[in-house]
Design a protein around this ligand. Structure first.
Ligand code: SAH
Ligand code: SF4
Length: 412
């Protein structure tokens, strides 16, 4: 199996790339003894250098050098950092590592979609936690779906993550390190040039904070982790290609605009407070009017920088044509994109996904109101979703999951 684990994406021909999963038993888990520099912010790196006695006046320059090795070159070994003096490399290696997040399992689908189950150290009892990260390649982009928390404190009734109690927040380093992990596994560090001498496109070009957790309830870590991801001298994924999805933590929306500056997606899912109170219980605290006001004043929002409204299609619950018309009315005046997400059922859920015909009729109303291709799925297919229950489904990604993940990856 390990041969498959290391297969680069380019080699995945449909016959060879049988979806697989290799899950390491928890018994093999050992929490890292030394801290890793991978995922660290500039400030954390400067502190790390301070710990090993690098004088303050040198730290900025050293951080810049190490930054390049970590986030442009993807160095896996301190010895590769040839712009650093040998002594410094040795001092770093004594105290720190360049360890990546531990991959407990990896799946590769025939179309190149990859899903990693990541094992993270526990906080108190030493027992590890698991979150997922998914890569979705498309013709014009490659989107990485990143997690921000283990579990979630909010209990959206249609979301499987909501049934798991929050175990812990991810650190900024663990958020940024998901991108490093994807670049490693995809061979996506320094790219060659194409026939016309232009640099080849990155495989991971877009990020969506749509994995496990509510990013705006782990604000500082998400902000700092995304600053590492967006840093132009490093991983260099521009903020316009990063989308943060929130269930509607209103006080942190303006703050996200000011301090993170990414694109915003809002999990709307209902057009009345009565229904949204049931589906997204956070609505009782921050009702629709307040949420939409926060969207209207989201810094930088414009027709070129629209807010994505996610709307999960639940049969007989929120999918009537009256709902569709109300949705269009509700969003009037807000530069918006609408992303209809086919519901992805999970064991024990009381909801079903809307029928495809109903999704089509619903999307036609949305389309006629001027919103283009709200469901990015082939016509006539029975399609369902994936995020929000990433961790639970470790068998192969179904076609439905893949299609729905793509629908969620709608960022530009
Ligand atoms: N907590 C954030 C981001 C993670 S969830 C949020 O709620 O926005 C990412 C998206 O997947 C959200 O729009 C969420 O509502 C949706 N989602 C969750 N469970 C789902 C399911 N079973 N089927 C379809 N979409 C789901
Ligand atoms: Fe949490 Fe988002 Fe799931 Fe709601 S939809 S429970 S906010 S992860």
């Amino acid at each position: 199996m390990s041969a498959v684990l290391t297969a680069p994406l380019a080699d995945t021909d449909p016959a060879a790339a049988a979806p697989f999963i290799e899950k390491r038993p928890l018994a093999t888990y050992a929490a890292p003894a030394q801290p890793s520099l991978v995922g660290m912010t500039r400030a954390a790196l400067a502190d790390a250098l301070g710990e090993i006695g690098v004088p303050e006046r040198q730290r900025r320059m050293r951080v810049q050098q190490i930054w390049h090795w970590l986030y442009v070159r993807g160095a896996q070994d301190f010895d590769a950092m040839t712009t650093l003096a040998k002594d410094l490399r040795a001092a770093l290696a004594r105290r720190f590592t360049l360890a990546r997040l531990e991959i407990a399992a990896e799946q590769i689908s025939v179309d190149g979609t990859r899903k990693w189950l990541i094992r993270l150290p526990g906080e108190f009892d030493g027992m590890p936690h698991e979150v997922e990260c998914v890569y979705i390649p498309e013709a014009d982009r490659g989107t990485l779906c990143v997690s921000s928390q283990v579990g979630c404190t909010l209990n959206c009734t249609f979301c499987h993550t909501g049934t798991q109690r929050l175990v812990r927040n991810l650190t900024a380093g663990e958020i940024a390190a998901q991108v490093v992990l994807a670049r490693d596994r995809l061979g996506d560090w320094q790219r060659g040039t194409n026939a016309s001498g232009e640099p080849e496109k990155r495989l991971v070009s877009n990020i969506v904070m749509m994995g496990m957790g509510e990013p705006l309830y782990n604000f500082e870590a998400v902000r700092d982790g995304l600053a590492v991801v967006a840093d132009g001298d490093g991983l260099s994924i521009s903020k316009r290609r990063i989308t943060l999805s929130t269930s509607g933590v209103v006080p942190n929306i303006a703050r996200a605009g000011a301090e993170i500056g990414s694109m915003l997606a809002v999990s709307l899912h209902a057009v009345t407070d009565e229904l949204r109170d049931q589906l997204v219980p956070l609505n009782r605290k921050y009702p629709l009017r307040k949420l939409l006001d926060a969207c209207r004043s989201y810094p930088g929002v414009s027709n070129a920088r629209r807010i994505t409204f996610e709307y999960v299609m639940l049969k007989g619950v929120n999918d009537s044509l009256v709902d569709a018309k109300a949705l269009v009315r509700l969003l009037k005046g807000i530069p918006a994109k609408i992303n209809l997400i086919p519901f992805n059922p999970w064991p024990g859920t009381k909801y079903e996904c809307s029928d495809w015909e109903q999704i089509e009729k619903f999307s036609e109303i949305v389309f006629d109101a001027g919103y283009s291709s709200p469901v990015r799925t082939p016509r006539g297919r029975d399609i369902l979703a994936a995020c929000g229950q990433l961790k639970s489904a470790t068998e192969k990604l179904s076609v439905r999951e893949r299609l729905a993940l793509r629908a969620m990856a709608m960022t530009d």
